[in-house]
Design a protein around this ligand. Structure first.
Ligand code: ZN
Length: 216
């Protein structure tokens, strides 16, 4: 009886194209981690390689720790998509501002909240520093609802993606819910400074202590 042997031919994670045999040398390989010389050879041919983790590589059946490979055709597709996304976002973010709020007293010099046409109706503000968009905050509205929540969502801009920044404990809209911030400016503060989860509210957002009225 023939013995069964698992083999792996390294291939593009996007389209499945096998790497050229000349690059890998002796096929089949028995590890998800390719030799550095193979990396160099493939990269010279236009492949993109995200190296796997040596620590968690368990051999050919480990789908997580292995190298992930992208062929030149898929690399070109990804690049074109990224360029399109960047151009679209840049155009969107450079639309003229209809409202600019200086935030120097709360966030520091150079910080502003701005709105473009269309932002006003949906309570959305871009968080900018020296004219560079760092994130956005907006009043939350359920997809199915007509009304806006008093709570605010915060997003940090990274590349062409908006990453949600959950409210830190002291600034939550409702206790125990990390989803929404209690106000626009603390949400913008969260975008600007990425405070740790146990940070106190910024000084300017704390309620002034109630002074009991003198009676009589
Ligand atoms: Zn491919």
């Amino acid at each position: 009886m023939d013995s069964f042997r698992m083999v792996l031919i390294p291939h593009c994670g996007g389209c499945g194209t096998d790497v050229p045999a000349a690059a890998v040398g002796q096929l089949p390989v028995t590890s998800r981690l390719l030799d550095p010389s193979v990396h160099r050879r493939l990269e010279a041919d236009g492949w993109h390689i995200k190296p796997g983790s040596r620590g968690i590589n368990k051999g050919i059946i480990d789908p997580i720790g292995g190298d992930s490979l992208t062929c030149p055709a898929c690399v070109a597709v990804h690049q074109a998509a990224a360029e399109t996304a960047t151009a679209r976002l840049t155009a969107d973010l450079s639309r003229p501002r209809v409202k600019i709020l200086g935030m120097a007293d709360r966030l520091g010099d150079g910080w502003t909240l701005t709105q473009r046409d269309g932002d006003v109706g949906c309570h959305r503000w871009l968080v900018e520093r020296e004219g560079t968009v760092r994130g956005q905050v907006r009043r939350y509205k359920r997809r199915t609802s007509q009304t806006y929540s008093p709570g605010w969502e915060a997003f940090t801009l990274g590349g062409t993606h908006w990453f949600r920044r959950d409210a830190i404990h002291s600034c939550q809209h409702t206790p125990g819910s990390s989803f929404l911030w209690s106000g626009r400016d603390v949400a913008a503060w969260g975008v600007a400074f990425a405070p740790g989860h146990d940070s106190p509210r910024p000084e300017w957002s704390r309620r002034a202590p109630r002074i009991p009225k003198a009676s009589g």
